[in-house]
Write a protein that binds this ligand. Sequence first.
Ligand SMILES: Nc1ncnc2c1ncn2[C@@H]1O[C@H](COP(=O)(O)OP(=O)(O)OP(=O)(O)O)[C@@H](O)[C@H]1O
Length: 436
Amino acid sequence: MLYKNSQNTILKRTSAVNSTEPKNLDKDSSSTTPSFLSPTKNETVTVIAKNFLLSTLDWSILREKFNFSIGDEVNFCHEGPTSHFPDYFTFCVLLVMVSCAVYQLMFSIIKLILLGGICFAYLSMVLITHGSLFRNHDHLIMLQNDSQYVTVAVLIGFTIALYIHGQQTEATSRLDFLWKLQANEEKEDIEHLQAYNRKLIANILPEHVAEHFLSVDKAPDELYHEQCDSVCILFASIPNFSEFYVELESNNEGVECLRLLNEIIADFDEILEEEKFKYVEKIKSTGATYMAASGLTKAACDMKNYKHVTAMADFALRLREQLEYVNEHSFNNFKIRIGINIGPVVAGVIGARKPQYDIWGNAVNVASRMDSTGELDKIQVTHEVYQILEPKGYPLTCRGTIKVKGKGDMVTYFLNGKAIRTPSTDKLDGIPEGGS
Ligand SMILES: Nc1ncnc2c1ncn2[C@@H]1O[C@H](COP(=O)(O)OP(=O)(O)OP(=O)(O)O)[C@@H](O)[C@H]1O
């Protein structure tokens, strides 16, 4: 049945083609018509045979003959513009829609409006203004279905698909944005934490040691230690603080005493912030004993002018002054006792979870002994320290020989005051301060 319809249509169309190109068709037919169907026979038989042969022609020949462009007048089609390939227009519109859909920064609702607009505009052309284009196309290629409505379905389906895709893209972009925001916040938090950790480590450890521990190429279990040749060590203790410390209900079980000790130690720490004490490093405070050292790094060890030793002497004098100030304001009578020594030490960090920087060596033990065997309100120094400070104008008094546990007899000195530079001689002169 279908074949019959097609054949009829072909017959109709070939007659139409014959009317437009009669010579060519005749030529073609004459060349392809066998001799037993020559015009000398019955005319009706000839026409039937010719039409039969034309119906068996290759589709490509027909297509070649029907290669019309839009606007060509074709007798057997409906009126209006005709194109053999109106699908191309549909494909072009689909491409335009795809180019809108791939634009990621656009809201999906705006995409929908845009796609809807394009779809509406094209469909009004397909259905209203240029409907004949598709109908004629159907006639031209003898389709039984209606390509006009297929185009409508394709376009609407495509618009919906692109809208869904747009929504998914938008959701992904929003998620990406939120993740980026979260990642930035986390990055800032980590940076703050890192800065805080750095500060903490820098407070626990000397700057150069903290740098070593914060460096990435440091092995986790590696022991940090260094040999320092000329370190000036100070021990400062307040022996009568134990008399002051009592646990009573009135002083909150001793907390108020600790509060005062904390203030004293904090004041000592604050003195170290001064530029002139940059050579001095606090090592630790144990109870009412404060321990400091200078010359622990190459930069902080001045072997020419012994600035790290003079800085330590000045620091010891400042500690004494500071305690006097505390006494004045807290109505107490604390007494400080200071010992200073110089010598080689080994510096290192012990512990992993709570690392502690410390120094060890005979020089440290002797410095501790200078404190423990010293006198209240006095700064006792060894002969080595005396040899450095004395030429620099510091007033020192020889104490004589004392017995030091584990060291035997030692000649020690008391540092009496600061050294100042007199403008006339440009030499360092000592000005005694307080003590003998
Ligand atoms: N790194 C350090 N930190 C604090 N104190 C130290 C340090 N190194 C040594 N000392 C102190 O130096 C002092 C002298 O030490 P040394 O080893 O000569 O004697 P000791 O017999 O071990 O000590 P002690 O007589 O106090 O029992 C000791 O009281 C010790 O506490």
